[in-house]
Design a protein around this ligand. Structure first.
Ligand SMILES: Cc1cc2nc3c(=O)[nH]c(=O)nc-3n(C[C@H](O)[C@H](O)[C@H](O)COP(=O)(O)OP(=O)(O)OC[C@H]3O[C@@H](n4cnc5c(N)ncnc54)[C@H](O)[C@@H]3O)c2cc1C
Length: 595
């Protein structure tokens, strides 16, 4: 592994390559210090991606500053090789490594496609020591650009400073990012959270996993940070949103984890998410935002097509100028409250299934072949989709080096999911495998909730009417036979595992689809169906089964100042996309306030 370090007036880059521990850092120039913290964060992003070169001089007069860089879309470095990034760039552009002045990594991924040696793939921005050489730089995927596109920034809207705060229901990523954006433009906010601050919530969850005592308002899905707090902290998203970089820059800042923006699969881990939450809360409070924890919104007053106030479980009535509703996908009582107050909701497709766990070194061998165990490669993951008679079965929320966890929100339910710490070193990999459920035409808004509940209750019953993880060996599950002997070793969070036949949890056609699908996955990922792998059920909270209807202005058609946001509202699927949706909703509110 080679080390490098170089700097210019406005940029410092250092790191080790290849490997998963690449780091970038940048310094803030004097000019950027006058902006708010978001602007600074975004400008740092631009600096981390582009390199400023000294102004050219002609006849003693300075010409305007120009940012000139070479972009190379694909620089490949084979895993376990000692080729340096600079050497590889020099080969690609056909110029000596000595003229490669500065290198900024814009994107970094691992390519572990079958039949190929795994490699690190970089997109980079390069400056040369002599701009005259730029014309001579050749090679596939080499482009010359005048600076890089500007990063997204909060629109410059002046909404005034309303006396009455914007209420935000939920402190998951959607609610928190909405708050951060509104506060940046001086709009006061009050955040209502059913659960507890993260420090107390962590204790409640640990107690549940140890003793099976569930607190319905403070658990793996409810409390500060929302459902993502006990997650893998994967910040990957499939949405192509300009706000993504802005969101990741704040995760970098508050979680203390640089380089997320350049990772193709950014990951912070559950431990760093807690750091993120503490720092985000501090920032929100310093800017005048108010958190009301253990305060479930239990009622709304809607008059003349506007929300006037909300009532909380503590008996408080709080006036709001607008209400962001970001309740997450497990908040069934909140959906019922909205429906009872005439806020339109719709059923939407969702997915359910199982979670499968393997020893991590087995997944590494499947994915990396003879390079498994090579220290520079991260614990391997996979993404797979296969056809079944019950619809496509696809992997979901794959957690390398993680735990399978028990995460119900109500008595008499069993729900599983996965998480991992930042180091991903548990020695086990787990992933959801789910099939989409499409509500039949004309279904009531809560069709999906009823469907999820029926599976979760069966899982609880099959576990022996207790909070345990129902599980089976993969080989037994795909063969449709009851479990034999002890379960394989694994890493899980919950009071206990029980070996049971999981098929009766599901409608027969779906159980058949899961069995058929997993055995097909075994043909794509050779070795997947093994005596060493465990299936857990039921993976039922993968996405929201409900959409809280909103218009193009992001507001509910029934209340012009009620803004559904995030995953529970049906507009996102994951931490980053929920955060992006929170940002968009906040911008919509700013625009409305700003006229
Ligand atoms: C175990 C687990 C692991 C996951 N892993 C990942 C991952 O690695 N990567 C990823 O991208 N996604 C992951 N997800 C999904 C991700 O957590 C969600 O997509 C995301 O948190 C949704 O954000 P949100 O803000 O819309 O809602 P949530 O994060 O669910 O937050 C909603 C909040 O609203 C509160 N609330 C609800 N109703 C009320 C009310 N009436 N009054 C007051 N408060 C209320 C809830 O208590 C909750 O805290 C995981 C989910 C789980 C459960």
């Amino acid at each position: 592994m080679k080390e490098f370090s170089f700097s210019t007036a406005s940029l410092r880059v250092r790191g080790t390559i290849p490997g998963s521990d690449f780091r970038t850092s940048s310094m803030v120039t004097e000019t950027t210090r006058t902006f708010g913290f978001f602007t600074r964060a975004v400008m740092r992003g631009a600096q981390a991606a582009a390199v400023r070169i000294a102004p050219e001089r002609s006849r003693g007069r300075a010409r305007p500053r120009r940012w000139r860089v070479l972009i190379i879309d694909e620089v490949r470095i084979p895993a376990c090789s000692d080729i340096s990034l600079r050497d590889r760039i020099s080969t690609i552009i056909g110029l000596s490594r000595d003229v490669v002045k500065d290198v900024s990594v814009l994107r970094r991924s691992v390519d572990a496609r079958k039949g190929k040696r795994p490699s690190f793939v970089y997109r980079v921005a390069v400056t040369l020591s002599d701009p005259a050489l730029e014309e001579r730089a050749r090679g596939r995927g080499v482009r010359r650009v005048e600076g890089l596109p500007e990063s997204w920034a909060i629109p410059d809207v002046s909404p005034g400073r309303p006396d009455i705060p914007v209420g935000i229901v939920g402190t998951g990523p959607a609610g928190l990012f909405a708050a951060l954006v509104l506060l940046e433009r001086g709009v006061p906010v009050v955040l209502f959270e059913m659960g507890k601050p993260v420090e107390e919530r962590v204790r409640d969850v640990a107690d549940f996993w140890r003793r099976g005592i569930l607190r319905e308002e403070s658990n793996v899905q409810f409390g500060e940070g929302g459902a993502g707090t006990f997650s893998d902290g994967k910040l990957t998203t499939r949405i192509k949103a300009r706000e993504r970089e802005f969101v990741l820059s704040l995760f970098e800042k508050f979680a203390g984890r640089e380089g997320l923006r350049v990772e193709a699969k950014p990951h912070v881990g559950t431990n760093r998410l807690r750091t993120f939450l503490l720092n985000a809360r501090r920032e929100i409070e310093e800017r005048g935002g108010k958190f009301l924890f253990s305060s479930t919104v239990t009622d709304l007053t809607v008059e003349g097509g506007r929300v006037k106030s909300v009532r909380t479980s503590r008996g408080e009535t709080v006036d709001v100028s607008a209400l962001v509703v970001a309740p997450g996908n497990g908040a069934r009582k909140t959906f019922s409250l909205l429906a009872s107050r005439g806020i339109p909701l719709q059923p939407k497709p969702f997915a359910v299934g199982v979670r499968v766990e393997h020893p991590q070194d087995l997944i590494d061998r499947i994915q990396y072949g003879s390079f498994a165990g090579c220290g520079c490669l991260p614990p391997a993951d996979y993404t797979v989709s296969v056809r079944t008679g019950a619809g496509d079965l696809y992997s979901f929320c794959m957690c390398p080096g993680g735990f399978v966890l028990l995460c119900p929100t109500g008595e008499g339910e069993v729900v599983v999911n996965g998480m991992s710490p930042s180091g991903r070193r548990t020695g086990f990999a787990n992933s959801g495998f789910v099939i989409q459920v499409h509500p039949p035409p004309g279904s009531p808004w809560d069709y999906g909730i009823r469907f999820q509940e029926s599976l979760e209750r069966k899982a609880y019953s099959i576990a022996g009417e207790t909070f345990a993880l129902p599980a089976s060996r993969v080989t037994d599950f795909v063969s449709g036979r009851p479990p034999r002997g002890e379960l394989p070793p694994g890493r899980w969070a919950g009071p206990e595992r029980v070996a049971v036949d999981l098929s009766p949890i599901f409608p027969p056609e779906m159980a058949e689809g899961l069995r058929e699908g997993l055995s097909r996955v075994g043909k794509v990922l050779k070795g997947f169906v093994t005596e060493d792998a465990t299936v857990y059920a039921v993976e039922s909270r993968t996405s929201s089964p409900v959409r809280i209807v909103r218009g193009k202005d992001y507001a509910s058609p029934a209340a012009e100042n009620l803004y559904p946001a995030g995953e529970g509202a049906g507009y996102a699927g994951g931490i980053t996309s929920s955060a992006v949706d929170g940002v968009r909703v906040a911008v919509a509110i700013l625009r409305k306030f700003g006229g």
